[in-house]
Write a protein that binds this ligand. Structure first.
Ligand SMILES: [Zn+2]
Length: 116
C-alpha cells in the first residue's frame, strides 16, 4: 500500500532524510495545533504528491509540512466524528496499535472505523 504522506517512525527517519528535515523545520511539532507527540506526527506533501495524475514525490522542504494525525485528517477533509482514528487506519496502523495510543480497546477502534 502506498501513502502520500509519511508517518513518523524510526525506520522512516533513518531512510528518508527529508522526513527529518521537515520535522526539524517545524520544530518537531504539528504546525497547526502544536502537538509535539512524536507518535502522532506525519509529514504531509502540500501538493498531494501528484502531477497530472502521476505519482510525483516532491520532497523539497517548501512542499513539506509537519501535521498530527488529527490535523492531517482535517487537511484531507476526513471530517468524521473520530477523524484521527479513520486517519490512523488509512495510514496502515493496526487496530491494536491505535487502541494502545488512544487508551481504548481494539474492538472499540474497529467499531468506530466501521460506524464512525
Ligand atoms: Zn495538529
Amino acid at each position: 500500500m502506498y501513502y502520500r504522506c509519511m508517518k513518523i517512525n524510526n525506520v522512516n527517519l533513518k531512510y528518508y532524510y527529508w522526513v527529518f528535515e521537515a520535522l526539524q523545520k517545524d520544530n518537531f511539532k504539528c504546525i497547526n495545533c502544536k502537538n509535539d507527540n512524536f507518535n502522532d506526527l506525519i509529514v504531509h506533501h502540500k501538493d498531494g504528491s501528484r502531477k497530472n495524475g502521476q505519482l510525483n514525490m516532491n520532497n523539497n522542504l517548501n512542499n513539506l509540512e509537519t501535521l498530527c494525525f488529527k490535523c492531517h485528517a482535517k487537511r484531507h477533509g476526513l471530517v468524521k466524528k473520530h477523524p484521527e482514528i479513520i486517519e490512523m487506519v488509512r495510514m496502515g496502523l493496526s487496530f491494536s496499535e491505535i487502541g494502545r495510543r488512544l487508551g481504548i480497546s481494539r474492538q472499540r477502534v474497529h467499531q468506530i472505523n466501521k460506524h464512525g
